[in-house]
Design a protein around this ligand. Structure first.
Ligand SMILES: Cc1cc2nc3c(=O)[nH]c(=O)nc-3n(C[C@H](O)[C@H](O)[C@H](O)COP(=O)(O)OP(=O)(O)OC[C@H]3O[C@@H](n4cnc5c(N)ncnc54)[C@H](O)[C@@H]3O)c2cc1C
Length: 437
């Protein structure tokens, strides 16, 4: 294992890759892993690998608050059927599987995170009834095994008393849920700080990773501290690098030396956080809309998230007037009480997506065992599917850890979710690694 030496300024200085294998007395004798990106998937993986007794260095260009991540901007909906009209069936399956996995994961965190699985309701205005009926048929034809309930006004009122005033009918999807995405980021930060004590975790926040290169039996990471004006570059070798940069890995945002993902793009999303104490809605409400998948997500104590636009653009400038009008009028049309709501926040952020809108895990390995795993393209489904993604990456790294493993072995590795989330194994010649990644 490469042994990291942590400097006082938070940087990491690793010893040479030729050093002898170190045996830690506390059982931390496995790999020295760099995780790039401390957004949703980076934090979850960092915790999972800490618990698997690896040394972790976690890089993020942002502060530990992660206010510039997609994870912070998100609504936290866990609604596989609600998404199903616009995504492939494997995403829906991973969503249902993750709904089983979240409670166990959250129970292992000391800090409480809101998790609710009391269903979601789909409603429609008269002019969008055609789309609504199409959605009902789609569920019936493709997801008949999942419980779905048509509600008349009386039944709708019984479930969500304040919705019955605006709608004659609704569709109840009882298995859908939601998670407190911002609370989760905080809970994961605290857990990482607690379990990562004694130098098991080195969290380098405000560190921009600028290059990822192969080395002799190691993968090298170069980075600069963004809070320093000097822009001095640091370099460190790792047994394994896991890249979870989200939109930071697009061709536009990552230089050629920093393993850009050519097919990755940014998809702009905008949403509001409203304070509406006069509104009482207890579960996510989706509204049929010709342009967006609109929803209201109750966040407790009178707070609601109203989102989200989906625009093919990497622009993360503030919300446009057009989007604001569409989102707010949709909220008002669902419940007139939103007219008196305070706008607490308007958010614009980009989702990372590949051209097929599928998540991808790829492993690049050189002859001399320099390794890079890239986990990206979670698009609008990061919270919906991340527990499955984490399990898949954990199993993959467990296979890599085997002393005998080479790339040809890895391609035959049995992974728990191979059918839902296949892994791309890419073997590259040592001298080509730099160009490929
Ligand atoms: C408006 C909106 C609403 C959404 N709603 C939902 C929802 O309801 N349900 C759901 O399941 N999903 C939702 N999502 C999607 C979800 O947020 C994303 O799928 C998820 O956050 C992606 O996780 P990630 O870890 O890949 O990226 P991120 O969470 O964006 O994390 C990437 C991290 O990498 C860091 N980084 C980037 N480049 C570098 C670099 N060079 N060096 C160091 N650090 C770097 C960034 O600072 C960031 O912290 C929504 C997204 C948006 C934008």
């Amino acid at each position: 294992m490469l042994s990291p030496h942590f400097l006082e300024n938070g940087a990491v200085k690793n010893s040479s890759s030729t050093q002898s294998v170190e045996q830690d007395t506390d059982g931390y004798h496995k790999m020295n892993i760099a995780i790039i990106g401390a957004g949703l998937i980076g934090r979850l993986l960092a915790l999972a690998f800490l618990r698997a007794k690896h040394h972790i260095t976690l890089f993020d260009k942002d502060t530990k608050l992660a206010h510039n991540s997609a994870a912070y901007a998100a609504a936290g909906l866990l609604t596989p059927l609600g998404e199903s009209l616009h995504c492939q069936p494997n995403i829906v399956k991973m969503g249902f599987e993750s709904l089983h996995l979240w409670p166990k994961l959250l129970a292992s965190l000391d800090e409480h995170t809101i998790f609710q699985q009391t269903g979601a309701i789909m409603v429609s205005h008269e002019q969008d009834k055609g789309d609504y009926q199409r959605f009902v048929r789609h569920l019936h034809n493709n997801y008949a095994e999942h419980a779905v309930q048509n509600l008349n006004r009386q039944e709708l009122t019984a479930l969500e008393p304040e919705l019955g005033r605006s709608f004659n009918q609704g569709l109840y999807l009882p298995q859908e849920g939601q998670i407190g995405n911002r609370r989760l980021l905080i809970a994961l930060r605290k857990q990482l700080e607690q379990e990562g004590g004694n130098n098991k975790l080195n969290w380098l926040s405000e560190c921009l990773v600028t290059a990822i290169k192969h080395g002799e039996h190691s993968t090298q990471v170069s980075y600069t501290l963004t809070r320093n004006s000097t822009q001095q570059s640091h370099h460190a070798p790792f047994d394994l690098v896991i890249d979870c940069r989200g939109t930071g890995a697009t061709l536009k945002n990552a230089k050629q030396a920093c393993a850009p993902l050519a097919d990755l793009r940014s998809v702009r999303g905008e949403l509001f956080q409203l304070f509406a104490p006069a509104v009482n809605i207890s579960r996510p409400i989706r509204l049929m809309h010709p342009r967006y998948q609109l929803y209201i997500a109750p966040k407790g104590k009178g707070f609601y998230v109203v989102g989200a636009t989906e625009i093919e653009s990497d622009d993360d400038s503030p919300m446009t007037v057009r989007s604001a009008m569409e989102l707010l009028s949709a909220a008002y049309s669902i419940h007139p009480g939103f007219a008196e709501a305070n706008i607490r926040q308007h958010i614009s952020q980009c989702r990372p997506a590949f051209s097929d809108n599928q998540p991808k895990i790829s492993v690049l390995t050189t002859d001399n065992q320099s390794r890079l795993i890239q986990v990206n393209g979670l698009f609008r489904h990061g919270f919906l599917i991340s527990p499955v993604v984490v399990q898949q990456v954990l199993a993959l790294v467990a296979a890599i850890e085997q002393p005998t493993s080479d790339t040809s072995d890895l391609t035959n590795t049995e992974l728990p979710y191979s059918e839902l989330l296949p892994v791309d194994f890419i073997a590259v010649k040592n001298n080509q690694m730099k160009e490929v990644i």
